[in-house]
Design a protein around this ligand. Sequence first.
Ligand code: TZP
Ligand code: MG
Length: 213
Amino acid sequence: MYKFKPEMLNLYLVGGSQNVAGNQIRFLEILEQACQLGITAFQYREKDGSTLSKEEKINLGHQVRKITQQYQIPLIVDDDWQLAQKIGADGLHLGQSDVPLMDILPEVSNLILGLSVHDQQELPATDLLNQLDYLGVGPVYSTRSKTKIKTPIGLDGLKNVVQLTDKPIVAIGGIHPDNACAIRTTGVDGLAVISAIFNSSQLTQDISKLKES
Ligand code: TZP
Ligand code: MG
């Protein structure tokens, strides 16, 4: 179980079997390669097109936990705090429309806690903010990896949120090796990506560029 450090956000991979057309073996292979190549956190997100049953999602989660443990990469689970506890994850990531964090606080007090924020209006009030370790801000650019997407906020929108809070921030949405550098200039602590890694045809080069940017 890891304590949160902002460096964990540096290159934060997000994904599930839906990001490789349902191929669980391929998903685990790419996750393992990405761990070897130096991602700094992984968020297990089985959603937006996932075809797994609850049981399959748990089984795959245990395999994800094994890999992330082997490479000492913090594992965050999206949405589902019970799944996070069941597979022994290090953290939980919630969206604005998920269960309110304040309602489940006693259940998740051992976990690293993150919240998705679109813009300054969604910045949480101080009592909630104090419970959070980091914010995921975006989408910065348009993306095909998430349904029900809000308007991309662009670099200026991102800068805006960065300037309004001291919370560690990971940017998300449409981030690729070629725009990574520009996004880092906004002062974010890190970049979160799905397709830039799960759809990459040159993983070594792409991860190195995302990290160095
Ligand atoms: N939340 C905001 S954008 C997004 C999520 C989960 C998807 C990011 O995917 P990609 O492929 O890195 O644009
Ligand atoms: Mg969510």
